[in-house]
Design a protein around this ligand. Sequence first.
Ligand code: FAD
Ligand code: NAD
Length: 479
Amino acid sequence: MSDPFSYEVVVIGAGPAGYTAAIRATQLGLKTACIDRTVNYGGEPSLGGTCLNCGCIPSKALLDASQKYAELEGLAALGIEAKEIGLDLSKMMARKDAVVRQLTGGISSLFDSNGVDFYPGSGRLLSERRVAWEDHEGSTKEFNAEHVVLAPGSVPMDIDAVAVSNEGIVDSTGALGFDVVPNRLGVIGAGAIGLELGSVWARLGSQVIVLEALDSFLPTLDKRIAGQAIRVLRKQGLDIRLGARVVSAAEKKGVVDVVYQDDDGDQEISIDKLIVAVGRRPYTENLLAEDSGVDLDERGFISVNDLCETGVQGVFAVGDVVRGPMLAHKGAEEGAMVADRIAGFKPSVNYATVPNVIYTHPEVAWVGRTEQELTAEGHAIATGSFSFGASGRAIAANDGEGMVKIIADAESDQILGVHVFGPQASELIAQAVIAMEFSASAEDLGLTMFAHPTLSEAVHEAALAIGGRAIHTVNRKKK
Ligand code: FAD
Ligand code: NAD
């Protein structure tokens, strides 16, 4: 009988990056163990990491529910009279928790059916690819691993001026569990978390002030898309204040007093709850023994090359703990790639086509380069755009805000970036990712047939617009 504590692959962390690596490794016939320490409120192991337990999934459960609630206000315009509408927040929260239980349980079943050996508790990389496992009761064991995949993820970043108390001042996890709708809610940071969670609570009735230190809104986004997004979000009631750097927050008798600085000096607001959403940092506490041989970079990320290899042969790191965007799908692709490479295949991750989505309503989604980046580099480009205000399907659905913008190389016509602000942008962007993966030109998209009436036709029309051939809009004259 083989030694039960020797594995071909040991994965530390069962978030999207780690669980994907573990499942793919067993699919490829590798004897695989996965160690994860997350437990739910009942103290039971809960697989899926940040994404399933306190990130992507619970936030989308609340975003979708709160959007349905917010849409009730506009139903009269559609000839629908909905009377005596109420909000049962505890039921909404219970449903969100049930969604999390269902999906974290789903990963457990996938581990069972694929044959991943799951070890609840903490993992630590020792020298020579040995891994120490400590269970939740404090017992320890050691594994010998031919390959180790480190996937410990990330945790919320703090700012010195503001201490998270989990009462009045919370991080993203706290903001997914308020038991009453705060009357006045402050959010520090107009990134994905601030805008998504700010939207949830604004839709449910909070007055939301978002304080963003930078002078520009979502500076990595296409400028035109960012301009449309901030205008629409402000119209929805999000009071987004740019150039607002928070310098202190103090909690007293259920009120949080926040001081921030803008161009006019010190400003003060009093609110009921404050969400700190200023980014996340890689999580490597107690992960690496001093002689593990694995290095961190100056920002605390595990140093890896494009293939997610650390400096130690056979040891890989994937997901939020390594460079690149902190996104579940980016980590999952890295996890799958590493498992495939361990099994002898040679895939790589195309970091040029990582889609990004912010799940506001309308959603913001993009892939590839922006016009401002390319122009700054002196790259000759052509752009085409199409407004959802001219889309038959968007108008029929009463959802005509936003646009699709496509950027192509002026010479070759190859698509370099696609930016969408509009209904179901998260789904539409997949078309752009596929097109870019296949090195499509704007003309390729223009010559493709799209079903009518669909939101996807906006992608088609934006591609046609690059050649001045859009049908349902006036094409801008090209010089
Ligand atoms: P994680 O999901 O953080 O998982 C790491 C796991 O490893 C955790 O379970 C942790 O407990 C465990 N662990 C750590 N150290 C050890 C150790 N030493 N021993 C054992 N276990 C350990 N991304 C998207 O793409 N789309 C979204 O819509 C989205 N929404 C988000 C919303 C919120 C509110 C937040 C906070 C994040 C969101 N993200 C979203 C980001 C996404 O959650 C992360 O990018 C993703 O979870 C990273 O996956 P990972 O596997 O690298 O790490
Ligand atoms: P972020 O980095 O996207 O945004 C943080 C914002 O806070 C920045 O705009 C920053 O300028 C601002 N900020 C920092 N310090 C400040 C201060 N003192 N005062 C005011 N503003 C300040 O980070 P996030 O929104 O916390 O998200 C964390 C990570 O989680 C991101 O990497 C994101 O990719 C991921 N995430 C993704 C999704 C999604 O894909 N839809 C959703 C949520 C989170």
